[in-house]
Design a protein around this ligand. Sequence first.
Ligand SMILES: Cc1ncc(COP(=O)(O)O)c(C=O)c1O
Length: 368
Amino acid sequence: MKGKKKMVLLNPGPVNTSDRVRNALLRGDMCHREDDFSKIQRNVRDMLTDTFARNDIHTAVIFTGSGTAAMEAAISSSLGEGKTMLVVNNGVYGERISKIASIYGFNKRELVCDWRKPPDMDEVEAALEAHPEVEVVALVHHETSTGLINPVKEIGERCKRYGRIFLVDSISGLGGEEIDLVRDNVDICMGSANKCIQGLPGLSFVIVRREQMERMRNLPVRSMYLNIPNQWENQEKGGTPFTPSIPIFYALEAALEELREEGVNNRIARYKKASSILREGFRRLGLTLLLPEEFLSNTITALHLPDGVSYQDLHDNSKKEGFVIYAGQARLKEDIFRVANMGELAPHELTNFLKSLEKTLGEVGCRP
Ligand SMILES: Cc1ncc(COP(=O)(O)O)c(C=O)c1O
């Protein structure tokens, strides 16, 4: 990057991007009602299904809006009239699903679980058995609030067995964690451009099993902007009902090309390696992790704030050194901080961060 010194973003999105992705923004002015845009939109939608699912089984819809727009679209467009949504909730984003379901006045059941572990599969199964009115089961793949990976495959298998629709928020998972939408019986999956896909913020998407799209087309329309069938029908015809964020499409197209060149498995391996460099360093510095090793994602480490250290001081000192770390959320706000390793990060940037963290911890009064 030319000019200003790079700020190393260790927050879970928006992430550091490549020159290629940022330069894509300069592709020039374009009208969204022209063939040029239709081609880009088609290419991006095809790359999404081809990379994360299968074109003949799933189809993609893109929204100009952040990840929450995709969440709201998926939740509001997927539940049949009078049916119930079961929300598996073990973190901030599980809570958000539940809140959205409430805003739309949906019947819902919540399986509220410990934030530091995956849900108990016996409890999930018991809920499905006891509540035949549950039509949609909603789960967050990677709980960004703690860095915990939820068991998509196991819950997908139960959804299939009990004939329920499986809705997964993989906004911080796709591109960084192992998931197979076909194998895992995922019917509806939300994602966003600016996390492990390494695009820029402003676009999110929903990947939908084609038979579910047909079902959703017969449900009542509950939102003008965030209705999946309306967006999909327009996008299938090469159009878009509203004005999209065209430059962010350019960037997402470049980011998906880059991801496919790197290979999803290689990207996952790169992130895994990056997180192990960081975690080894954290342990050396005497920091303790919120979660046990076996539940950890490849891209976020939540750490207890050492006694007497304020997050604000830690953040401000790290930022002076060129690193942006991230606070805990909700009930964990006072207790933890988070370090993410999504995006275009070189190994030396991670080791430099660890050196800077050691210095910062000393400066804020914590000598490991
Ligand atoms: C799992 C998950 N879901 C949803 C969101 C919401 O995305 P946004 O902040 O882009 O609306 C996030 C953002 O971090 C997330 O990590």
